[in-house]
Design a protein around this ligand. Structure first.
Ligand code: AMP
Length: 460
């Protein structure tokens, strides 16, 4: 059996020390199976999803073959969404800490091209980006990947679903034939196999079974009438009382309607889907991750890249047709050994979907909708934190410590009243306990952060 110790790998002692400092004590199953092959330079198809440690499975590999003295793009990671690209970028930066000189540039849509071109001109060893924006840079000639050593397609199935097949082919046509290609995908449909045959050479296949999930994720199915779905949803919230949840819907309109309905019943919910602009999406994801929004109502595509450490419940307002998508959705709860619940509503017409899911795993438990729904119930789900937005960010060299310093210094807040701080290019978000918001805003109205006044407001 392969060892699961990082020290069994052909990587530098500095990287092993770095992994230790990150708290990575042993390899996750996907890492233990992939890394020995990746480090040998082999092509790889890995069936793995977010949360499995897949970023390090390709990250440690690609970092190992980078020559910091050569200023050209040596590794390219293509991701389906900006959120995922962002997360992958962050994880790669952590993994690259063992050496000083590796530069990573993020190339995602929704951001101006100019600064990205500037960063590329300064030289980048690793590029992480979304397909459309990578294509733009390649067409303009502002990105050169002809010296690439490692190409990674992350969540390749999702990129195909999103219609990026041709764009990906165009991007790959700019890479050298002699390269290592690592393909990660949560599902393994024919289209992925065809793509692998086109772009890979004798790939090693690695699959990590998601069996362990059933142990920590309680899966419950409720048959409901279509017109009763909203009330049943409410009954389930009241019954299970999760601290937070993601509710999956099929369409954008449905997301908006369900989120409105929940808010109308004192449940702190926000919708996220492809119709929101970048800023709105950032805000919703920030608020959910920093505990100032309790429920996210999302489509599958919009929920990609969402990495919440302790998600209590996944609720399928609509069941997906594809059982793999179901597995992927519910895999977001019950992480890190915590118990999670996955609750699914289905109508009689959708029973085939429940059966398809049952075929993939142990028999699902079909339950009756709890009777506890009381129209006059006082059940409320309020997020414990509130987010304030500051009109300054990375571009003004603002760092989390500056904000923390101002709020716990002159503004007089307790450190414990301040939650997660997220810094974006032009703005920053700070989670605060509800009672501390007024005091913080009063201070920021004319007080200074890092020597200047910064406009701030509460967002919802
Ligand atoms: P990913 O599947 O790449 O999104 O990773 C999920 C989470 O697991 C991330 O927060 C990683 O930082 C963390 N992680 C990755 N590898 C390990 C490891 N070997 N030990 C502990 N945590 C890890």
């Amino acid at each position: 059996m392969a060892s699961d110790s990082f020290s069994s790998l052909a990587i530098s002692p500095a990287q092993i020390a770095n992994l230790e400092s990150l708290g990575y004590k042993k390899m996750t199953p996907i890492q233990a199976q992939s890394l020995p092959e990746v480090l040998k330079g082999k092509d790889l198809i890995a069936k793995a999803k977010t949360g499995s440690g897949k970023t390090a499975a390709f990250g440690i590999g690609l970092l190992n073959s980078i020559n910091p003295r050569f200023f050209g793009v040596q590794a390219l990671v293509i991701c389906p969404t900006r959120e995922l690209a962002d997360q992958v970028g962050k994880e790669l930066r952590r993994l690259a800490r063992f050496t000083q000189n590796i530069k990573l540039v993020l190339l995602c849509g929704g951001k101006p091209l100019g600064p990205q071109i500037g960063s590329l001109e300064h030289g980048a060893h690793i590029v992480v980006g979304t397909p459309g924006r990578l294509q733009d840079h390649l067409r303009k000639g502002t990105l050169k990947i002809d010296g690439l050593k490692t190409l990674v397609l992350d969540e390749a199935d999702r990129m195909l679903d999103m219609g990026f097949a041709e764009v990906m082919d165009e991007i790959i046509s700019h890479t050298p034939d002699k390269r290592q290609t690592l393909l990660f995908s949560a599902t393994y449909p024919d289209t992925i196999q065809q793509m692998s045959r086109r772009i890979q050479r004798n790939p090693v296949t690695v699959t990590v079974e998601s069996e362990h999930q059933s142990a920590v994720i309680e899966q419950l199915f409720y048959e409901v009438k279509k017109h009763e779905k909203n009330d049943s949803l409410l009954a389930l919230f009241e019954h299970y009382q999760p601290d937070n949840a993601v509710v999956f819907c099929h369409t954008k309109i449905q997301c908006d309607e369900v989120a409105d309905f929940l808010r109308g019943h004192d449940i702190d919910a926000a919708a996220i889907h492809g119709d929101l602009d970048q800023r709105e999406r950032d805000q919703v994801l920030v608020r959910f991750a920093n505990n100032s929004c309790a429920v996210l109502v999302a489509t599958d595509v919009a929920a990609r890249g969402l990495d919440i450490k302790s998600l209590k419940a996944v609720i399928n307002y609509e069941l997906p047709r594809d059982p793999d998508i179901y597995i992927h959705r519910i895999g977001r709860t019950g992480r890190a050994g915590e118990k999670g619940i996955a609750v699914s509503l289905f109508t009689q017409a959708e029973e085939v979907r429940v059966n398809a899911i049952a075929k993939h795993q142990k028999k699902p438990s079909i339950c009756d909708v709890p009777e506890s729904l009381d129209r006059h119930s006082s059940y409320k789900l309020k997020a414990p934190m509130v987010t304030i937005q500051l009109d300054a960010g990375r571009k003004s060299k603002l760092r989390p410590g500056d904000i923390l310093g101002a709020l716990t210094g002159e503004a007089g807040l307790e450190g414990a009243q301040i939650g997660k701080i997220d810094i974006f290019d032009m703005s920053s978000y700070v989670a605060l306990e509800a009672e501390a918001v007024r005091q913080a805003l009063n201070y920021l109205a004319d007080g200074k952060v890092k020597g200047r006044t910064i406009r701030a407001r509460k967002i919802r």
